[in-house]
Design a protein around this ligand. Structure first.
Ligand code: NAD
Length: 510
């Protein structure tokens, strides 16, 4: 895709245009607006992405709406067969999807494979939908009167996802949405759109009828149509907090059910009695895995009491050995997703240093392993960070670990609870009482105890508190089943043939 002229890399016109998907086929749309898709490890433009016009978005939404009545009425037995087939195909071919993710996101292949596996777990959860959809039944609630409840699908639903998990985050939602009888329009991130189309083709191969799973590529224009089009019944969004808030406000104002998961600033508290080797391993894995571009990344290490020096030394020693480079090669950590994002993250390190933080490990000048034109920033460790520094107050979303030193457990909890975000947190200690108190007191949605990234299993639900989630329901688990269905309660009476007569009085229990 690129070649050298006079020492300057010339990027050739990409031959691929990534488009939408409707009715089980590629859909080019009518918009001529495109955005470049880049390989972050090389800086090469690998494809042009079609950005939907409102007209294109309507066409995709119409396809989802047209498919809804018959998918809603498709039996659970038939829906489950498609889900099982999708799971088997995904399991057989997940390396293909991992390679697509690495090529557009940049994360190393093993990490991309891990992402697919975590998404697959939600597909497996959704395979149990007949059991999950069972309602309640009360016989003879009143004489000859039975009461029961059922859950029904909503209609066409939208899933709007971020760049950092192009497969897993959509899979938090669409397997359950489809299993419960809804049809789906997925709007992936513009930065890594190809995973969505691979998944669409897999659904087709698994036997999903046309129009049940659709893909809309685009930016704000596409999102705004999804948020306001009356045919869309519900929106599941994951992304940064300002956009999550916008999506929640706009979608609910248009009468839709909305769950909007936002950004994060995740703290790990290390108490003096913790196993420091375990804690240092965890900080490195959770701080630098996926180059810190995870909503569950640890970015603030809160060292309590006298262990701070020893902890910082252990983290630095481990982080020093991380090989930053092309994710398709033998690297531990890949590039950041774009040059602009890389420069923004580096500017936070500059600001932290200027504000008085100590740069223990500096990734700004990292020499990458392969992929010279990529968007590189190596693992960076800052010590003596204080709560007013921008490197602490803002979500950075890069491989930057900030160490804050406090004297007491209470100071550590105050720090976390006064932070506007509440996605995930962790505590490292050997004191069960302290851990139990932490789990009770901390105002965060997901808590790890001697576990760095507490991403819940598919049969539990994923979601933060405060500015990390707008809406009432979390992703997947029973919250997912409830989000994508509406409850109906039925009271029935079948009269005994010998009984009859008119009674205009107010119904009484008898
Ligand atoms: P983003 O908010 O920029 O984009 C998310 C989605 O919103 C994309 O599909 C994008 O096209 C769309 N979008 C962007 N700007 C928009 C606008 N002005 N109007 C309408 N739609 C718009 O997020 P990102 O950079 O792709 O992803 C990183 C962010 O996602 C981080 O803040 C991270 O913490 C967050 N995230 C949160 C979770 C969670 O579970 N809470 C999980 C993953 C990522």
């Amino acid at each position: 895709m690129s070649h050298q002229i006079g020492g300057v890399t010339q990027t050739a016109q990409p031959s691929t245009t990534i488009s939408h998907w409707l009715d089980n086929d590629f859909f080019p749309g009518t918009s001529t607006t495109t955005a470049p898709v880049t390989n972050p490890a090389t800086g090469e433009v690998t494809a042009d992405l079609a950005l939907a016009s409102a007209h294109d978005a309507k066409a995709v939404i119409d396809a989802a709406a047209a498919a809804f009545p018959s998918w809603r009425d498709t039996s659970l037995a038939k829906r489950t067969q498609v889900l099982f087939r999708f799971r088997e195909l995904l399991n057989e071919r997940k390396e293909e999807l991992a390679a697509i993710i690495t090529g557009e996101h940049g994360k190393v292949l093993s990490d991309a494979l891990g992402e697919v596996t975590r998404g697959q777990e939600v597909v497996e959860f959704a395979c149990g939908i007949p059991h999950l959809l069972k309602g309640g039944f009360t016989e003879n609630a009143s004489t000859n009167v039975d009461v029961y409840s059922i859950r029904q699908p909503l209609g066409p639903v939208a899933v709007i996802s971020p760049f950092n998990f192009p497969a897993m985050v959509p899979m938090w939602f669409f397997p359950i949405a489809i299993a419960t009888g809804n049809t789906v329009v997925l709007k992936p991130s513009e930065k890594d759109p190809s995973a969505s189309l691979w998944l669409a083709e897999l659904w087709k191969e698994a036997g999903l009828p046309a129009g049940v799973f659709n893909v809309l590529q685009g930016d704000k224009t596409a999102v705004d149509e999804l948020l306001t089009n009356p045919k869309i019944a519900a929106v599941s969004f994951v992304g940064s907090t300002p956009i999550a808030q916008y999506v929640y406000t706009t979608g609910t104002a248009a009468g839709k059910r909305v769950q909007a998961l936002g950004g994060a600033k995740n703290h790990a508290v290390i108490l003096p009695d913790a196993d420091l080797d375990l804690a240092a391993d965890a900080m490195v894995n959770a701080g630098f895995g996926s180059a810190g571009e995870r909503c569950m990344a640890i970015s603030a290490v809160v060292a309590v009491g006298p262990i701070a020096d020893a902890l910082v030394a252990k983290i630095a020693e481990r982080a020093h050995g991380i090989k930053t480079g092309d994710g398709t090669q033998d690297s531990d950590m890949g590039p950041l997703v774009t040059q602009a994002h890389r420069d923004n993250v580096a500017s936070y390190v500059d600001a932290g240093e200027a504000d008085g933080a100590k740069v223990v490990l500096d990734g700004r000048g990292v020499a990458p392993h392969g992929g010279q034109g990529g968007f590189w920033l190596g693992p960076t460790l800052l010590d003596d960070v204080t709560p007013e520094m921008s490197v602490y107050t803002d979500e950075i979303f890069g491989p930057v670990l900030s160490v804050l030193r406090v004297e007491t457990y209470d100071q550590a909890v105050d720090l976390i609870n006064s932070n506007p975000y509440g996605n995930g947190t962790a505590i490292f200690t050997n004191d069960g009482g302290a851990a139990r108190r932490f789990q009770n007191e901390v105002t965060v949605g997901m808590v790890g105890i001697n576990v760095p990234i507490p991403v819940p299993m598919a049969y539990y639900s994923f979601g933060g508190w405060k500015s990390s989630l707008f809406g009432d329901t979390h992703a997947h688990g029973m919250d997912g089943v409830h989000f994508f269905t509406r409850q109906k309660t039925i009271t029935q009476r079948w009269l005994d043939p010998s009984h009859g007569g008119i009674n205009l009085g107010f119904p009484q229990n008898g």
